[in-house]
Design a protein around this ligand. Structure first.
Ligand code: 3PG
Length: 307
């Protein structure tokens, strides 16, 4: 009997866990749960004899991969897989997958929640501003970026996007203005929605020069990863421009300084919660479970990311 571990430091909604368990029960697999763990050692212990693993932002390090003697597949229930040591997986013959698109709407909705909260001064009774008529630049036009575009148009915003991996015609098809360079996107748009993955090319790439160039009321909305921000540059811009806002679903390393000095221009969620809805948990969790069953039963490797 195949044994599957669901290791989620930040648990799925109970209704999603129920659905995931049913998928595995129907396939005749055993499920073990490790939720809200605080020590990496707990994960090392829990993976020892499992055949498959479902995770969220949980770190699958080389140590985890090496501790999992029977592991054949790890599925990141979500989009970003920067938390998986892909080299270690490949070396041990472990297939790594993600579930692209499954939680994207939830992330996009949260971005607008943060934007409204900030534009309306944290609902504190003073006059704020509206999103209608403002320019929003979508930095990376993937699954989240596309939902951002749809919602932004609902708000009456002018929508721009930059993505070197998407044909400009495909961006235009969505009635979004393609922008050829990152610098032009930041120069043009008061709002920037950051949706790039964290990798060697993007780490610390959102720097002082880009942020400084944003128009009046510049607002960076980060639902991507903290690693892509050059935090020194961000702090410098916050210091120099009292019209600049930073809204983040990721806890920055410089969180204390940001909140101490610029509390009225900063929004930081208590814990990454873009994908933290029942719907997103069900979509991503069930997709992960079904991908594991299809992998074991049919050899299906769709969505493998360590090819
Ligand atoms: C993702 O990459 O899918 C999002 O960042 C959501 O991450 P989470 O599952 O840890 O909330």
């Amino acid at each position: 009997m195949k044994k599957i571990l669901i290791a989620t430091e930040k648990p799925f909604a109970p209704v999603a866990v129920e659905g995931i368990k049913k998928v595995f029960a129907d396939a005749g697999y055993e499920v073990v749960m490790l939720e809200k763990y605080t020590e990496a050692a707990d994960l090392l212990k829990a993976v020892a004899d499992v055949d498959g693993l479902i995770i969220r932002s949980d770190n699958v390090t080389a140590d985890v991969v090496n501790a999992a003697q029977n592991l054949k597949i790890v599925v990141r229930a979500g989009a970003g897989y920067d938390n998986i040591d892909l080299v270690a997986c490949t070396q041990k013959g472990v297939v790594a997958m993600n579930t692209p698109g499954q939680n994207s709407n939830a992330v996009a909705e949260l971005a607008f929640g943060m934007m409204l909260y900030n534009a309306r001064k944290a609902f504190n009774g003073t006059s704020g501003s509206e999103l209608r008529g403002k320019k929003i630049g979508i930095h990376a036009y993937g699954n989240v970026g596309r939902y951002i575009a749809v919602i932004a148009k609902g708000f009456g915003m002018d929508v721009y996007a930059h993505d070197p991996f998407v044909e400009k015609e495909d961006i235009q098809k969505d009635d979004v203005v393609p922008v050829l360079s990152v610098s032009q996107l930041y120069k043009t748009c008061q709002y920037i929605s950051l949706n790039v993955p964290a990798n060697e090319q993007t780490k610390k790439s959102i720097n002082y020069d880009l942020l400084k160039s944003m128009p009046k009321g510049g607002t960076l909305v980060n639902t991507a990863r903290k690693e892509v921000i050059d935090e020194e540059g961000l702090l410098k811009v916050m210091e120099e421009r009292n019209d600049f806002n930073y809204l983040s679903d990721l806890t920055p390393d410089c969180k204390d300084e940001l909140l101490e000095k610029y509390a009225d221009r900063v929004v930081i969620t208590a814990k990454k919660m873009g994908a933290q809805t029942s719907e997103a948990n069900i979509n991503a969790g069930l997709a992960a479970a079904k991908q594991i069953v299809r992998f074991f039963e049919k050899g299906d490797k769709t969505f493998q990311v360590n090819k």
